[in-house]
Design a protein. Structure first.
Lengths: 414, 414
C-alpha cells in the first residue's frame, strides 16, 4: 500500500500559503467565517481544486466541495475527506486547514498515480467550524448532516451584528446545492491533535476512536460575607472555600477515573473580592468531558451529590445552571482499524485516542461511518500562532490518510 | 461595686443622635476623617463634654479629650477611656461611637454619684481610626503613642487628594496640644465585638486579652493555559487548581490550630478566565491572623513550605508578596481580670477573647496598661447599617466599664 506517497513539499507550501492569507494589520491570522479573510482563503482553495481538475460545488451554507469523479464511479456514494479553513482570532496555520489541504493532496497524489477508485472522492471545507463570529461552532457540518435547518443557520446574527447568510452572499459563497447533496459513503478527517498526548508519548499518529461529550455548568456558591479577623473558622460560610473544594473534588475524580474524563474550572469570580472579607459568593464554571455518555452522566450526578454534601457541611447555598451539553460520539471501528493497519504498514507508531476538542467529524458521524486521524501538536498548543506540527508528522498523517482512502474507495462496503 | 449604674437611656439616645449625623444624600452614615460629617460628629461630642463639665482638649492630630479632673487629682496620671467617632462608608452607628459615648457616660454617672477617684479620668475620640480616606488606619492613636510622627501624619494625602492637616484646620480640629500630652495611667476601650462569637455562645461580655497579629500576602500561581478538552489531567499545570489547594490548606491548618488562627482568601482572580481554558495564572490574597507572634511566624513558614511542595507537585511557579504585617498585641492581664471580676459581680457571663479586628487600644498598649471589653454584635455584622447590639448588652458593657474605671481610678498602681 505504500508505493504511492503524497507530495510533502506541496502540502507544506499550501499550508503556508493559506496561512499567509487573512492576516490583520497586526499580522494575526484571522479568517472568521464569512469575513473578507475567509473569502480570500476560500478563493485560494477553490483555485487549487480547479487546478487539480476537481468538480467544485458550494452548498447553501457555504460548504465547499472538490469532487473527483472518475468515469464509472458516478453512481456510487463518494468517500468524503475534509475539515475547515475558517480560523479563530490570532490562529495557527494547521487547525482545520491541514485536513482540507491534505485531503486535496491525497486526491491529487492518487490521480497522479492513476489510482482507480470504485467511488468518487471528495474533499470538503465546512463553513464556520470555529464559531467565533457566528454560534454554534461546527455549523457547516451540522447543517450538512441536517442537524440544524439551513435557513435558521443563515439567519444567525454574528458578534458584530452581521447576518451569516448576507455575509456568505457578499463574499460569493452562498452556493446553490442543498446541504447534504452528496451523501458520504464514509468520512475521514485528518487533524492536528491540539493536545499534548502524542508528542509526550512519542507516537506519530492517533487513530481517533471517539470524541468526548461535553457538559458545561455554572455553579454559584453563596455564603456569608464576614470580617476576616473577627469570624472564627468554625463560624464561617465561606463561598471561596466552597469553590476551592469543588475544584479539588473535580480534579481528584478526574484523576482517578477509569475513562479519560477531564474536568476544568476555567472561570472563577469572588464577591466582594476584598482582602479582609470572607467571600459571600463564588461563581465558577465547570467543563466536564468524557467519551462515554453513561460516564458523563455518572460524573455529573456525582458532582451534584458532592455539591449537596458540601452545601450542608459548609452552610452554603449552591445552585447549578447547565450552560451547554453535547453527547459523546463513537467513531467507526472498521475505519479506526484501517488507520491502525495503514500506520503499521508505513512503520509509524499509532495509538487509539479520544478527541477532547470538537470537530466537523462529530457532526458527519450520524450520517456516515466516520473516523479521524490525529498528528502531534508541538507542546499541545493550538488556537495560537505557536501551533506547530513538523513536516515529517504532517506528511506521515497525509500518507496514512491516503492509504485509508485507497482502502475505502476500493471496496463496496465498510 | 454595683450600687452605681450608667444612664442607659441617655447612652442609647446619644448613640442614635450621633448616628443621625453625617448622613449622605442616600441616607448612608459616612463620617470619614476630616470631612464635614466628621466635623458635625465632633461638634456634638464636644458639646456633650462641655455640658458634662469636662475639660476639653484637642491635640495636633485632632484627637479630642474630655477630662474630668476632680480637685486633688491633678498630679496623677489620668485613666483613659475611648475609641473613635469617624466611620466607614455606609457604616453602622455602634462601631467606635459606643466606646466614646459610653466613656463619657461612665464619667457622668460617677460624677453624679459623687464618686471620688484618686486620678483624672479622660475620654478620648481618636482621629481617623477607620483609615478609609487617609491611610494608615488607627492614625490618631498611633500618633498619640508616638508610633508615627505628627507632621508626617498631617501631610497624608487622602483618596480624594485632600491633605489631612488642612482638612483638620478647615473643620476646626487642628488642636494645639502635642500628641501624648496626657500620659495615660491605663487605657480601657469598650467596643462592639464585630464578630459572631459572643452572640453564638450566648455570652454577655468579652474580656479581650489580646489582639491578633496580621499578615497580608499576595500569592501568584503560574501554570500553563491549555485546552480544557485535549489536555489530560496528568499533563496539566493548572493555576486554578493550585489556588484551590492553597485555600483548602489554609482552612485545614486554621481549623486544627490550637490558637485562634484565622486565614482568609478574600480575593482570587484567574487568567484567562475562559470556560474551556485551563487557567494559566491565579492571583489570590491571604489574610492570616493569630494572637501570638510565634504562631503567626509558624503559620507563615508552614504556608511557604506548602507552596514549595505544591509548586513541585503540580508543575507550578508560585511567588509570594508580603502586602502588610502587624504584630499581635497582648493586653494587660490585671485589667482583663478586673473586667472578668466586674462582670461576675454584675451577674454577667464573660469569656476571655481575642480581638480579630484592629482597634485604637493596640496603638495605646505600648505606652500604658491596656485592655478592651467587647459586647455582642448581632449576627457578627459590622461596617454595615445592619450593625446592631441590644440596649441590654450596651448598658451591661458600660456598667462593667464603669466598675473597672472605679477600680483603676481608686488605686495607685495596677
Amino acid at each position: 500500500m505504500s508505493d504511492i506517497s503524497v507530495d510533502g513539499d506541496r502540502l507544506l507550501m499550501r499550508l503556508k500559503e493559506l496561512g499567509n492569507i487573512g492576516r490583520d494589520a497586526g499580522g494575526r491570522l484571522v479568517r472568521l467565517a464569512g469575513s473578507d479573510g475567509d473569502k480570500l482563503g476560500r478563493d485560494l482553495f477553490v483555485c487549487w481544486l480547479s487546478q487539480a481538475g476537481l468538480d467544485v460545488a458550494v452548498d447553501r451554507i457555504g460548504n465547499i466541495f472538490g469532487i473527483w469523479r472518475p468515469a464509472g464511479t458516478e453512481d456510487c456514494q463518494p468517500l468524503m475527506l475534509g475539515s475547515h479553513i475558517d480560523t479563530v482570532i490570532n490562529a495557527g496555520i494547521y487547525d482545520g486547514c491541514y485536513g482540507v489541504v491534505a485531503g486535496l493532496e491525497v486526491i491529487q497524489a492518487l490521480k497522479a498515480a492513476n489510482f482507480r477508485p470504485i467511488r468518487p472522492i471528495a474533499v470538503a471545507a465546512f463553513t464556520n467550524e470555529e464559531g467565533v463570529r457566528f454560534a454554534p461552532d461546527m455549523m457547516g457540518s451540522l447543517v450538512y448532516a441536517r442537524g440544524l435547518d439551513v435557513d435558521a443557520a443563515l439567519s444567525t446574527v454574528g458578534t458584530d451584528g452581521a447576518i451569516l447568510g448576507e455575509e456568505l452572499k457578499r463574499i460569493g459563497y452562498a452556493g446553490a446545492e442543498a446541504p447534504g447533496f452528496l451523501k458520504p459513503f464514509a468520512y475521514v478527517e485528518l487533524h492536528i491533535e491540539q493536545g499534548p498526548v502524542l508528542e509526550r508519548e512519542g507516537i506519530a499518529l492517533g487513530a481517533v476512536e471517539n470524541l468526548q461529550g461535553i457538559s458545561w455548568q455554572r455553579i454559584t456558591v453563596e455564603g456569608t460575607a464576614n470580617h476576616a479577623g473577627t469570624t472564627p473558622i468554625n463560624m464561617r460560610a465561606d463561598a471561596g472555600y466552597g469553590a476551592a473544594r469543588i475544584i479539588a473534588y473535580l480534579r481528584e475524580r478526574a484523576r482517578s477515573s477509569a475513562t479519560p474524563t477531564v474536568a476544568t474550572v476555567g472561570c472563577l469570580e469572588l464577591e466582594p473580592n476584598a482582602i479582609n472579607v470572607i467571600p459571600s459568593r463564588a461563581t465558577l464554571t465547570v467543563d466536564l468531558r468524557d467519551p462515554f455518555e453513561h460516564r458523563l452522566k455518572e460524573e455529573s450526578g456525582a458532582l451534584g451529590a458532592f455539591l449537596e454534601m458540601l452545601a450542608r457541611e459548609e452552610q452554603l447555598l449552591i445552585s447549578v445552571e447547565q450552560l451547554a451539553q453535547s453527547s459523546p460520539v463513537a467513531f467507526n471501528r472498521e475505519i479506526v482499524q484501517m488507520i491502525e493497519g495503514a500506520a503499521e504498514k508505513r512503520g509509524l507508531t499509532c495509538r487509539r485516542m479520544t478527541s477532547g476538542a470538537g470537530h466537523d467529524a462529530q457532526m458527519i458521524a450520524p450520517i456516515a461511518p466516520t473516523a479521524m486521524i490525529f498528528v502531534p501538536s508541538c507542546g499541545g498548543i493550538s488556537h495560537n500562532p505557536a501551533e506547530y506540527t513538523s513536516k515529517a508528522d504532517l506528511v506521515a498523517g497525509a500518507n496514512v490518510l491516503m492509504d485509508v482512502v485507497r482502502h475505502i474507495s476500493s471496496q463496496a462496503c465498510i
